[in-house]
Design a protein around this ligand. Sequence first.
Ligand code: 5GP
Length: 116
Amino acid sequence: MTDTDTIFGKIARGDIPADIVYEDDEVVAFRDLNPQAPTHVLIIPRKPIPTLNDATEEDAPLIGKLLLAAARLAKEFGFAEDGYRTVVNCNANGGQTVYHLHVHLIGGRPLQWPPG
Ligand code: 5GP
């Protein structure tokens, strides 16, 4: 196991189960185990980038794909027009707990801002 071999890496490889809602050769999206709204999905790159701080210029298209997957899924879940939130937590103060870059897609109810 390396530093970058997190639970999300295992989900991306199919080594542990998850409720996967979308996957392709670069991106996997699955339901959060502890949902904060009626729909709460995590969208990850298969590439194990630990945090947003570790992303490079080379990763720009991949990060774009994470956000575009979020928008597509929001449409599929039927809340794109009502609205939703995408969040990337970074490191301790950002509340990151799993060190494999991920975008939270949260929707299905009105969300407070600021989140606290
Ligand atoms: P973070 O706090 O790092 O931005 O978000 C990590 C998210 O991963 C949390 O919302 C947490 O509920 C979710 N999570 C942690 N472990 C697992 C797991 O094993 N499976 C799934 N589906 N979600 C997980």
